[in-house]
Design a protein around this ligand. Structure first.
Ligand SMILES: [Fe+2]
Length: 346
């Protein structure tokens, strides 16, 4: 198994390859370095089979979608990843073969709801869940320190002590550690209770990452930032979130709300299906097509997507265009399915 870090910076991209079959995967590739990755793959005579993001990044634009388009590699993300352009959604315990290597995915929500770690051989790629002598922040984009603590203690610290830890970020010049070292020496975790960890993470008061506006929503939606005027974080935070059961109740009693699904058509007609009676207007066309909704400017609108993230963006866009009563389906079609509510396939 060949493992190389390719960025030589604070933000890490790992090349993972089976040397026997010349098959490779890239973990957390960064859009600015696509040419370097392609050159490296060609130099090493490796075929890129999978591009994997350990979570939706807020600090850099992902290269996954573009590398998927350029090379035909499978784009892999967690089941809860919001973006439309994901070929393979994985859940806890799922595996993927890359040549003779077996990658095993561990669902580790906390840094974001779609955070996962990847086990390959004696190494674990920990994303921003577990860093060397630190942990990823859990204070925005759906982060939750309590579930992060559970993910680290319950999943990562249950791995063998000598498992090599390879994180997505390092700000102190470290390159590798082990599960045993982190259990003993990680200052945020060693001897820490769940309550203590939550209090510690809530006390950090970190500034938001630079360029978050130009990075997070484009990564969540796989849309270019210049293709759409993304709403501000303040606008997103104002979007009313309604749970699946509430929408289901609303649909049973007139006047029923207008349900707008902002996913791509392939998703609308795909496995998850859609809310019965909902209307498809993909996010990238929503602002332009909002004139079609003119007669509904004052009616109640509920926006829907896969995980509730793109639809929050959609709801904020409609609100900014003067629609008066716009809500978001919290958790999207994934939560609608989890609540076992009726689904339409067409
Ligand atoms: Fe991150």
């Amino acid at each position: 198994m060949l493992v190389r870090e390719l960025n030589r910076g604070k933000c890490k991209t790992y090349l993972l390859a089976c040397e026997r079959d010349r098959a490779a995967a890239l973990i957390d590739p960064v859009r600015d370095h696509i040419a370097r990755y392609l050159a490296m793959l060609s130099y090493l005579q490796l075929k890129l089979e999978a591009v994997i993001d350990t979570h939706t990044h807020a600090d850099h634009r992902t290269a996954c979608f573009e590398l998927g388009d350029l090379t035909g590699a499978t784009v892999v993300m967690d089941r809860n990843a919001p973006a439309p352009r994901v070929d393979l959604h994985v859940s806890d315990g799922d595996t993927l073969a890359v040549g003779s290597l077996t990658l095993r995915f561990l669902s580790t929500p906390g840094h974001t709801p779609d955070s996962m770690c990847i086990l390959a051989g004696n190494s674990v790629f920990t994303g921003d869940t577990l860093l060397i002598r630190g942990t990823g922040r859990a204070d925005f984009a759906g982060g939750d320190p309590a579930s992060q603590y559970d993910s680290i203690i319950g999943k990562l610290f249950a791995l063998p002590e000598d498992t090599v830890v390879l994180p997505s970020h390092d700000y102190r010049g470290n390159s590798a550690s082990t599960i045993g070292e982190e259990r003993r020496m990680n200052p945020r975790l060693a001897g820490q209770t769940r309550e203590g960890y939550v209090a510690l993470m809530q006390s950090l008061q970190l500034p938001l990452p630079d360029r978050i506006q130009e990075v997070l929503q484009p990564n969540q939606s796989a849309l270019d930032d210049d293709a759409l005027n993304f709403p501000s974080l303040a606008q997103l935070n104002e979007v009313r979130q309604i749970p699946p059961l509430e929408l289901h109740r609303m649909l049973a009693h007139p006047p029923v709300p207008l349900v707008i699904d902002v996913r791509e058509e392939s998703e609308f007609r795909g496995n998850l299906g859609h809310v019965p009676g909902s209307r498809l207007i993909p996010l990238r066309t929503l602002a332009g097509r909002s004139v079609e909704l003119g007669p509904d400017r004052e009616s109640r609108i509920v926006v829907v997507c896969r995980s509730g993230v793109r639809s929050s963006t959609g709801a904020a866009i409609l609100t900014s265009l003067g629609f008066e009563d716009v809500s978001n389906l919290k958790g999207g079609m994934l939560a609608w399915h989890d609540a076992q509510l009726p689904v339409q396939h067409s």
